[in-house]
Design a binder for this molecule. Sequence first.
Ligand SMILES: [Zn+2]
Length: 322
Amino acid sequence: MEDRVPPVFVFGIIADIQYADIEDGLNYLRTRKRFYRNSLQLLRNATRRWEEQRVRCVLQLGDIIDGFNKSSSASEQALHTVIGEFDKSLADVHHVWGNHEFYNFCRETLLASPLNSAAKAGSGSDLLANDIYAYEFSPAPGFRFVLLDAYDISMIGRDESSEKHKRSLKLLQEHNRNADLNQPPVFDGLEQRFVKFNGGFGQEQLLWLDEVLTLADQKQERVTVCSHLPVHPYATDPICLAWNYDAMQSVLRSHKSVVCFMAGHDHDGGYYMDESGVHHITLEGVIETRPDSNAFGTVYVYEDQMVLKGNGRISDMVLKYP
Ligand SMILES: [Zn+2]
């Protein structure tokens, strides 16, 4: 990169830290080891590196602490610990919410917590008033970030008495016959996304995104959109895909300003460049990363492309603009 002009700005990315002060364990399918305590050390490795690299901001893609904290009444303490680690960095951290956020806290508590980073955006969005945690901001002239709420329509992100919760239960039961809705349906393929630990985007949020992207098109900006859940089937295992990924994709596809969609949730990670040239990046999760490795990235943003410099399990990537 030495032969290039300096980047316009630099930002950090990290996903699925899932910190808990408990012994190592296994994932749901018992196929991957989870390093609950060491995830804090891997976060520390990331924040130290980002300080050296002078990142302007960080996108934390969700599941910052593990659901296990809830059962030991350690949610507040665990959150305090990870936020304390992020606070050592000067960069603004923008937090996306994942399923583990909702295992630990209700939506109301999250909105009043340090995980509500909308105020750092300066502008915020009208959606926050309607309990939808989505906002956008411009980190530098000509560039924009959009953070989405993938649990807007879900069972875990919404109160049982709410319309959105009832609608989600109905949708899941139409596609999934299991008594435990965290078990995927027996069908192969994309139907597997209909599990309780996923969710989707409501109409109000899709319309808002469409408006944000229309303005970005007019200003000829480069937009990076992110959510906890991936929205392209080729960038993730279908079991981690957002319920209405197709509705989200049709919004993304209709705007030339969109250059990249970033997500977490699938700890194995994934990448696909779609037919419009939009890069779908699913970031490898910290929680299933060995203590001698790493899982964070630094993105150097230029006028013509972004260059992702990966660490540990995350690969380097050149992201040309569509
Ligand atoms: Zn998740």
